[in-house]
Design a protein around this ligand. Sequence first.
Ligand code: IDP
Ligand code: MG
Length: 139
Amino acid sequence: MATNRTFTMLKPDAVEKGHIGAILEKISASGFKIVAMKLTQMTKHDAQTFYAIHSERPFFGELVEYMTRGPIVAAILEKENAVDDFRTLIGATNPADAADGTIRKLFANSISENAIHGSDSDENAAIEGAFHFSGREIF
Ligand code: IDP
Ligand code: MG
């Protein structure tokens, strides 16, 4: 069943380059309401847990280093068909393959440092949102 929420992180490369404002503007202009948001920094344990599904992949160590090297913006977003529409808005994992106008096409440099995260299913949106936010912060 489709829900109306997804979870996102503006990743360390996007924050380092000063793109928080421009990316949030694009998210808002695309019809997403920000339900919860914070600037935070993931610990190594956080990143290993969040990306546990990729733990056997050759890039896992690089991914954990990248995601912990500086602040991120974590947010929960609301919109009809949120998960699928947000994946469309951010574009393909590799910015070289991302469609024109997508956030990764505009703000990402490489498949590893690709500016932004978007949940890939309703189930993962709920898990990832709960990972970063307590119920008190959301409601
Ligand atoms: P997604 O973020 O588009 O859902 P995933 O395949 O779930 O892509 O990968 C999670 C993250 O791991 C990517 O966003 C990217 O930061 C990193 N990553 C994915 N594939 C590679 C790769 O081949 N080399 C290096 N980093 C990668
Ligand atoms: Mg993914």
